[in-house]
Design a protein around this ligand. Structure first.
Ligand code: MOS
Length: 692
């Protein structure tokens, strides 16, 4: 692959969409002006399994302004293509508490809510089971896990490795159910006109929403359009459509000529819009006295749903991270009466590497080796899973440079020794890896507007991460023009195909298409194109990735203070050193890294969705009770990265930066808690009482 010359790329650039956001002129999904909108409020089940027998709508229908009350019996029909989450109001069956079983559409949100409160349902409840345990009798081996990976792998002879080991770590680790809480909830505005459907939808993948829902709604894809120029976060939960998108489309059909606006409430976001399933991992490490790994077994357990199978791939990173000859990984899933789990930032890697990287810290302590040195000793020359060479693996530099910048002291590794008044202090380290993914199929169209100015059109989206700016910089360098001369259009399925803003693949995938289109443009029109000259290209597979294993890498360092009287935990300092290839825009990449690290602090200390086993729903379903860090919890968090380009990864030399910041970061915090207190925490989030 010929790398492009970087001029705009790598310069710290303010967001091109920043002024629009600050001025309030950037329309988010719910704000798109539509004439005379109607408003939808859903009615959700209060049982976790069974059926709804009757929904009494009489009182609701008398509320002034009510336009329609939808039930499983009167809602417009979907095609037989509808499966899983997309089957909305098509039958009376209930698969989880909080499932949509009705809806009111009214002239105002207030009228819709009032009418919804007047709906009364009668149910036939069946016994439900939402109690996730690794030893659940229903645990089974899925055919594949999230990401398409095989559930089980093995190499070598782990039994022999453990029998011969000098040192063994054998522990259980768990992460709880967690919910994506972007500031902007899932919102959608649905508008039919002449059998054509437009959705203004807060989504990470406009073309994906069309691909998924057009067949379900019985539409030719060309008759459906999804518009999404700005998003207030998603963290993966907006990576595909959920029940609310289908419901809005159905409801808008029931009130002809009206656009229907639907903002999912914060409480309902703990229902049908996706979440991270809980995980339990048993991690066994075998090593010689010097800390050289001889065996690794990672058995991961998680929960799936009757609605859609989704298996968090928690053991996948363990297959590739360290040089270990004897290895076995397994995934088991338990299907429960719960909503469908979905993507939440670094699904699989985030919970799985919490387990693996705490286990490595335990091994370091057991061997009496500095945890950085332990990881360096187990650094593989090539990918242990495929045998392929790395496109670039500079994890050791991340560890060494990061340690120097953080001020890591390898001679101060005894736990529970550092006391300052009431506070015990400690430091922890953990590494991060996340696959480099490039999705083929994105298409870019470039048009010369005249006077060296260009329009670049591609159906990409910007979650708030900086894609508007990153793609502008890429287009500028690919075309050899200034960033100011690029007019970018994204966020609309009417634009050329864009792949998902997920799996940290967005910039890599769309950028590859933009570079290909620019090459085509320059080949056809040279350096002096006429106004109106236009060229297009579609990104193919990255063939290099058949011969090389490409991953992003990082090392996290955390300092933790623990109050010996109250158990209060503070994280005054956290530093991440990353290797992600060429950074496109340092300003927004840094935000991605430190945002992920804050997510890791959150995962370590705060987040936990508590599912009531008797009722079946998440009881702490709002931001008052589902804790995320505030400014007072986040102190000095910083990130840096190696100056590099990975020419095999993308034509820009870049790899993904979106998710690696959260991977391993919770482990670094928990490892620092151990160093401070001597208490080894293996179940997230850390509870104060464990430290007293
Ligand atoms: Mo990411 S959880 O794949 O948006």
């Amino acid at each position: 692959m010929t790398p492009i010359e970087t001029r705009a790329i790598g310069t710290s650039t303010a967001r091109v969409d920043g002024p629009r956001k600050v001025a309030g002129t950037a329309p988010y999904a719910y704000e798109h002006p539509v004439p005379h909108p109607a408003y939808l409020v859903p009615f959700v089940s209060t049982i976790a399994r069974g059926r709804i027998d009757r929904l009494d709508t009489a009182a609701a229908e008398t509320v002034p302004g009510v336009l329609a009350v939808l039930t499983p019996w009167n809602a417009p029909r979907l095609t037989s293509e509808a499966e899983g989450e997309y089957v909305v109001l098509q039958n009376p069956d209930i698969a989880y508490r909080g499932q949509i079983v009705g809806a009111v559409v009214a002239e105002s949100p207030e009228a819709a809510r009032e009418a919804c409160d007047l709906l009364t349902a009668s149910y036939t409840a069946e016994p439900h089971d939402v109690d996730f345990r690794h030893d659940h009798p229903g645990a089974y081996t899925p055919e594949k896990v999230n990401g398409g990976y095989p559930p089980d792998t093995s190499r070598g002879d782990t039994d022999a490795a453990f029998a011969a080991a000098d040192v063994v770590v054998d522990q259980w680790y768990s992460t709880p159910e967690e919910h994506n809480n972007p500031l902007e909830p899932h919102t959608v505005v649905a508008l039919w006109s002449d059998d054509e459907l437009t959705l203004y939808d807060s989504t990470q993948h406009p073309h994906g929403v069309v691909e998924a829902l057009a067949p379900v709604l019985g539409l030719e894809p060309a008759r459906m359009r999804v518009v999404c120029p700005y998003i207030g976060g998603g963290f993966g939960s907006k990576g595909g459509p959920h029940a609310h998108d289908v419901l809005a489309a159905l409801a808008a059909r029931a009130v002809p000529g009206r656009a229907v606006k639907f903002a999912v409430s914060r409480q309902d976001m703990f229902g049908y819009t996706g979440y991270r399933a809980p995980t339990v991992s048993r991690v066994r490490l075998a090593a010689d006295r010097a800390g050289n790994l001889t065996g690794l077994v990672h058995e991961a357990y998680t929960q799936s749903s009757h609605v859609t199978e989704f298996v968090e791939q928690a053991a996948v990173s363990s297959r590739t991270l360290y040089d270990v000859p004897n290895l076995r990984t397994t995934h088991r899933a338990v299907t429960l009466d719960v909503p469908a789990p979905f993507w939440m930032r670094a699904p699989g890697e985030a919970p799985g590497m919490f387990a693996g990287e705490v286990a490595m810290d335990e091994l370091a302590a057991a061997c009496g080796i500095d945890p950085i040195e332990l990881r360096i000793r187990n650094e593989p020359d090539a990918d242990p899973e495929s045998g392929r060479p790395w496109s670039s693996r500079r994890l050791v530099e991340c560890l060494r440079d990061g340690a120097a910048r953080f001020g890591w002291d390898p001679d101060d590794r005894e736990p529970a020794l550092r006391r300052h008044g009431r506070w015990l202090t400690g430091t922890g380290v953990a590494v991060a890896t996340y696959p480099h993914m490039v999705n083929p199929g994105s298409e870019a169209v470039i048009r010369h507007k005249g006077a060296g100015r260009f329009t670049v059109r591609i159906g990409a989206t910007d979650l708030g991460t900086g894609a508007w700016t990153a793609l502008t910089l890429i287009a500028a360098d690919a075309l050899g023009c200034r960033a100011e001369d690029v007019h970018l259009e994204i966020g609309d399925s009417a634009l050329p195909n864009g792949t998902v803003a997920g799996g940290s693949s967005g910039t890599s995938s769309w950028g590859t298409a933009i570079v290909a289109a620019a090459e085509e443009f320059r080949k056809r029109f040279g350096d002096n194109p006429d106004p109106g000259a236009e060229a297009a290209a579609t990104a193919g597979e990255n063939k290099e990735l058949e011969h090389y294993r490409a991953q992003s890498f990082g090392a996290h360092f955390a300092e933790v203070h623990v109050d010996t009287d109250t158990g209060e935990i503070r994280v005054p300092r956290m530093f991440g050193m990353f290797s992600v290839g060429q950074v496109i825009n340092p300003r927004t990449a840094r935000s991605q890294f430190i945002g992920g690290m804050c997510f890791g602090i959150s995962m370590a200390l705060f987040e936990e969705s508590i599912r009531d086993t008797r009722l079946g729903h998440v009881v702490n379903h709002d931001l008052a009770e589902y804790h995320v860090p505030t400014h007072a919890d986040i102190r000095d968090v910083d990130a840096a990265w190696l100056d590099e380009a990975d020419v095999r990864a993308t034509p820009m030399g870049s790899r993904g930066v979106g998710e690696i910041g959260i991977v391993g970061s919770a482990a670094a915090v928990v490892n620092a808690v151990w160093h401070a207190t001597g208490v080894r925490v293996r179940n997230l989030p850390v509870r104060l009482e464990e430290l007293l």
